[in-house]
Design a protein around this ligand. Sequence first.
Ligand code: CMP
Length: 233
Amino acid sequence: MEQTTALRDASVAKLRSIPMFSDMSGGDLDTFADMVQLRRYPKGAFIVNQNEMGSSMYLLVSGRVKVSLASPDGKELALNYLEAPAHFGEMSLVDAEPRSADVIAVSEVELFSLDAKDLSAAIQINPRLALSLIATLSRRVRHTIARLEDMAFHDASHRVMRVLLNVATASYEARGVPVIQGLTHYEIATLAGTSRETASRIISNLAKDGALATKGRKIVVDLIKLRERLEGE
Ligand code: CMP
């Protein structure tokens, strides 16, 4: 019993660190904490497998995951990288279709899983969960439209620059520095729908032009120059 209470207190503290839950009352958080299970995954673990039926959704507490598709001949298209706080695996629960993509841990990951049968009750306790699900889905549709537009109308060079600009802009907005960290050239290539060799060549040309600088495993982007290059194409 002691152990159960301690576990629940730990879950409540972690839930409170997720913005969506930060202003929930203690009692509601306790009820919610009883519905979710805290899980840890090592780097490289498949948390969700494409085409399987889904029975849970996930709230990412710490770490990073990759949402990706694999072709039968082993090629990979990364749809997105998600960083905590974020949620995933909700689509199968909402539309009762198989999982739309693989979700793979790219660092150690800690998350809460929520069973499909508890989703309605969870939304009743915290209606912000429903709004957050809708907002996330609508952001994903916009993101997918932009990717489709890039695939249809632009070449690999434009797509790589777009990925670099998006990731560096997100880093600037979150941390005040336009830095790409923790993404390899292969991962940038899978996000841009091109080969690693092409992505590396484009990154090195951009470095020569002064639109970015590579420092060890970091890429520091000159947001203004890169945007000018992208818009000038
Ligand atoms: P589901 O289809 O249940 O399982 C795979 C999950 O990946 C899916 O739910 C979404 O949560 C997530 N996902 C699918 N497409 C994207 C995308 N384009 N961007 C971010 N996450 C996605």
